[in-house]
Design a binder for this molecule. Structure first.
Ligand SMILES: Cc1cc2nc3c(=O)[nH]c(=O)nc-3n(C[C@H](O)[C@H](O)[C@H](O)COP(=O)(O)OP(=O)(O)OC[C@H]3O[C@@H](n4cnc5c(N)ncnc54)[C@H](O)[C@@H]3O)c2cc1C
Length: 467
């Protein structure tokens, strides 16, 4: 006998968890099916030597869409601001990137002669509204910057400010509208990132899952959905399998949290109009080109590398020792900021954001992979001369095949992205970082969940997508 629910959500990434919690709060009986053993998708938290952390830094946008969803479902999770926003390592020195525009007057990373001009441009970005930014959705970020400055140093820095959150190395691949929205939100909030004070992202996943179960719904892991059942262009439910059983669920609404192109693995492509299939395939191809994978190292040590409560990245001006194509590196030390941590055990993670094709090459060619990992260790020791091999208690390294799939290229930002409601199939919806929504990756997923919930309920959730 099939079970009956109002809504089936496939996948417990940030998009699926947010949509599930919002719908449950509105009285829907929701079942969320996740194929893997843990919640969170790419933002999953795992314990490393007893310290919970994600596979790479996961900053939450300050006062962003994910925070607004948590507020709407009444989950009060204490957060701490990561301060300074970012630290740039360049030429043997660390430069703290300020949150306040006026503090850029003392930002030594930019030559003194250019600082006033940089501040004027940052004020312009700060004052550009979300609606005004839409006028630039079709333009590349590089072109926008060039139209506002002839300084190479300012160009590099503004490129970096958008390349960091959008994990996209080629500035022309970033929509200027999306860059204006994301960088502008950070400037208006006087800081970009926050993080759960008492743990890792799992605190958020569990809170959102609890909203679903408290409302009479169900959250199940280790259940892979194999088919979305569609009859006469209307969703009927899903069939799925766990280790020991086949699961059949009837529901008038199915929300897929998979990358949108994976929908064709679960239901026949013939169900959709040709333009939709072409557009989805185009996005899939683009997501393969854009830098959105990583490799890196994780280390548990007896002392921290430095005391910054934030992610450090390596300057775009000087790709030290790098053989890979990427210049941006993340260095996160969650034990520097998680409450009660970092007394005798420290953890850091370090790695670049890379094109997927390069990460695939590293997977196939162990010699290239080993060279990359060795280079990363050399960078760690050259950036932190006081840190010695003897300080390492445990170390590991690995590949992350996909960081985010946001692909916010000109023409694929905000309203131009694939809608959260599928065409021609009644009852089928999408959430996640590949569909309509805006913001830094997890925030795109959260905003898509807000839009999806509003379409399903045919009313406003009361959450503004405008920060
Ligand atoms: C190293 C790294 C660093 C990052 N840093 C940041 C950051 O600092 N800030 C930020 O905002 N974002 C960051 N991101 C990006 C962020 O993790 C993603 O954008 C976001 O988590 C994507 O969420 P999503 O809703 O699209 O779902 P996903 O995370 O893609 O989740 C989809 C889920 O669906 C499940 N699934 C798939 N198929 C099936 C099926 N057939 N049946 C059942 N379940 C299925 C999958 O197992 C998965 O759990 C980072 C990502 C990585 C990897």
């Amino acid at each position: 006998m099939a079970e009956k629910y109002d809504v089936v959500i496939i996948g417990a990434g940030i998009g699926g968890l947010c949509a599930g919690a919002l719908l449950a709060k509105e009285g829907k009986k929701v079942v969320l099916l996740e194929g893997r053993k843990g919640l969170g998708g790419r933002a999953v938290s795992i314990p490393i030597k007893g310290i919970y952390t994600e596979l790479g830094f996961h900053g939450i946008v300050k006062n962003g869409h994910l925070v607004h969803v948590l507020e709407a479902v009444k989950q009060d999770i204490p957060m701490i601001p990561l301060d300074p926003n970012f630290v740039i390592y360049h030429d043997g020195k660390f430069f703290e990137v300020p949150g306040e525009i006026n503090d850029f007057a003392n930002f030594e990373y930019i030559p003194q002669k250019d600082r006033a001009e940089l501040m004027d441009i940052l004020r312009l970005i700060h004052d550009t509204t979300i609606e005004e930014a839409e006028d630039y959705d079709l333009m590349g970020w590089g072109d926008w910057i060039k139209a506002h400055t002839s300084s190479r140093d300012i160009y590099d820095f503004l490129a970096l400010l958008a390349n960091i959150p959008m994990t996209e190395e080629y500035t022309s691949n970033i929509s200027a509208g999306e860059a204006l929205r994301c960088v502008g939100a950070g400037l208006r909030e006087k800081g970009w990132s926050i993080y759960p004070r008492d743990g890792a992202m799992n605190v958020i996943h569990e809170a959102l899952a609890k909203v679903i179960t408290d409302a009479g719904g169900s959250v199940r892991t280790n259940v892979w959905v194999r088919e979305i059942v569609v009859k006469d262009s209307v969703v009927q439910g899903v069939s799925a399998e766990s280790a020991d059983a086949l699961v059949k669920i009837e529901a008038p609404i199915v929300v897929s949290n998979l990358p949108v192109w994976d929908i064709f693995k679960l239901t026949n492509q013939e169900n959709f109009p040709r333009w939709f299939v072409d557009r989805v395939r185009f996005n899939e191809e683009h997501s393969q080109i854009a830098p959105s994978a990583s490799l890196g190292l994780t280390c548990v040590s007896s002392k921290p590398l430095n005391n910054y409560k934030t992610a450090v990245l390596v300057s775009c001006k000087e790709p030290i020792n790098s053989t890979g194509p990427s210049y941006v590196r993340w260095l996160s030390q969650p034990t520097n900021w998680i409450h009660g941590m970092g007394k005798d055990k420290h953890l850091f993670q370090y790695g670049p954001v890379l094109p997927r094709s390069y990460v695939a090459l590293c997977r196939e060619r162990p010699s290239i992979y080993e060279k990359e990992i060795n280079n990363l260790w050399n960078e760690i020791f050259s950036m932190h001369p006081h840190f010695k091999k003897e300080d390492i208690l445990w170390k590991g390294d690995g590949i992350i095949p996909s960081t985010d799939c946001s692909g916010k290229f000109p023409g694929n930002a905000w309203r131009q992205r694939i809608d959260v409601q599928a065409p021609n199939v009644r009852g089928l919806y999408f959430v996640g970082d590949t569909v309509r929504g805006w913001g830094v990756a997890m925030d795109t997923a959260a905003s898509s969940a807000i839009l999806c919930t509003e379409k399903i309920l045919k009313k406003s959730t009361g959450i503004s997508l405008i920060i």
